[in-house]
Write a protein that binds this ligand. Structure first.
Ligand code: GLY
Length: 387
């Protein structure tokens, strides 16, 4: 893999980014007519998202895209559309609709924290704090972790943490900042350190999930859910790691988290095919017939930019990450979008939701679209994070 390629050589200039953003906006405009009281399904079917209620872990990606669209255009129609959806996030909390999971972070960061940060919306702030309270209820004190999925008494899920949760922690750090209540911060800080200790293996790859004994606090064992095998490295999990650890660093400034972020990034980058868009599990490399996961590439493109922000100029990884991120964006924009496929209401093709479950394989995934847009916005402007 080539490193240190100048942006000019890559051909990523302002016009390139603007054109890519315009395409994203055109798909959002088209979808806004449909997804007003409903949300795109997590994955498309034959490259078309279906209309879903505010369930699962993914509605926030659509609302988050509306907020990004509002930021880059200043057009009030996106703000109004995003604000209109806040009611469904309120109902979800009030009626506890699928709130028994840690992805309250994804959901409420991109819909409500964003609303508060961009428009000082007090109701959105209240909802996001309420979501943080529910997330905090999932914290196991002895083990120092947040349980990912299911009821806390479900024996199959008890004490299971997953690498994706690194992206849910910013909701807790933010809640601590706005309320002054340290409990949120302490839970997030403990969880991310346990993640670094047990979800990241000695070779810097990640387990998708890891069980802790919630009575003794002792580590138990790693297990995959969406990867090829328990000991392989699920690509999207590694992308969540390389983005998630720097996000915790942003709040705690613990240098070891920056180190884990770099180790995760290096493992990921060392296993990419020539076009920088990973296969769905990092055990598959160049020349394989397995599917790519463009959504992991979009997450990694954002994560690498976040990670590089915190590295000194003297750290070679800084340029390596920026270059790799731009390579990913260029590949995605040129070879992975639905441009020229007018039937599709998605943006990024060739994502994989879960290959073992035969769910959303080689489809559009709504978080892939969101992170592709976030990466473009990051390159366009000095983006202030919702995370
Ligand atoms: N956080 C769930 C996934 O990445 O599929």
């Amino acid at each position: 893999m080539r490193n240190h390629v100048a942006i000019e050589e890559l051909g990523i200039d302002r016009a390139f980014i603007e054109e890519a953003i315009q395409y994203v906006l055109s798909q959002i405009d088209r979808n806004m007519l449909t997804f007003t009281d409903t949300f795109p399904s997590p994955a498309s079917v034959d490259h078309r998202y279906e209309e879903w209620e505010n369930i699962e872990w993914t509605p926030g990606f659509w609302t988050g895209m509306l907020w990004l669209a509002y930021e880059v255009t200043g057009d009030a129609k996106y703000r109004l559309a995003a604000e209109h959806q806040l009611e469904s996030y309120k109902i979800r909390l009030e009626e506890r609709i699928q709130t028994d999971m840690h992805d309250l972070g994804f959901l409420y960061t991109l819909s409500c924290v964003s609303a508060y940060k961009l428009t000082c919306n007090e109701e959105a702030k209240r909802l996001a704090i309420q979501a943080a309270d529910l997330l905090l209820e999932r914290y196991w004190d002895q083990a120092g972790i947040i349980q990912a999925w299911g009821n806390l008494n479900n024996p199959d899920e008890r004490g299971r943490m997953i690498i994706d949760c690194c992206m849910n922690l910013p909701l807790l750090y933010w809640a601590s900042e706005v309320t002054g209540d340290e409990r949120y911060y302490k839970a997030a800080d403990s969880h991310v350190r346990q993640s670094a200790a047990y979800l990241i293996r000695d070779d810097d790859s990640s387990y998708h999930t890891f069980y802790m004994d919630v009575e003794t606090g002792e580590p138990r064992y790693g297990k995959t859910a969406q990867g090829f095998s328990d000991e392989s490295c699920w690509s999207r999990g590694q992308a969540w790691a390389l983005y998630g650890f720097p996000l915790s660093y942003k709040y705690s400034r613990r240098s070891e988290l920056l180190d884990v972020g770099q180790r995760s990034a290096n493992y990921y980058l060392d296993r990419l095919p020539a076009d920088y868009v990973c296969y769905w599990d990092l055990m598959f490399t160049e020349g394989n017939d397995e599917e790519r996961d463009s959504s992991a590439a979009a997450i990694a493109a954002c994560g690498l930019l976040e990670l590089s922000k915190y590295l000194p100029l003297s750290n070679d990884n800084r340029r390596r990450y920026e270059n790799a991120s731009l390579h990913m964006l260029k590949s995605l924009a040129e070879g992975y979008t639905t441009v020229g496929n007018p039937e599709s209401n998605g943006i990024l093709l060739h994502a994989v939701y879960s290959k073992p479950h035969r769910n959303g394989v080689d489809e559009c995934c709504i978080w892939g679209d969101y992170f592709y847009f976030e990466a473009l916005v990051r390159v366009k402007k000095d983006w202030q994070l919702y995370w």
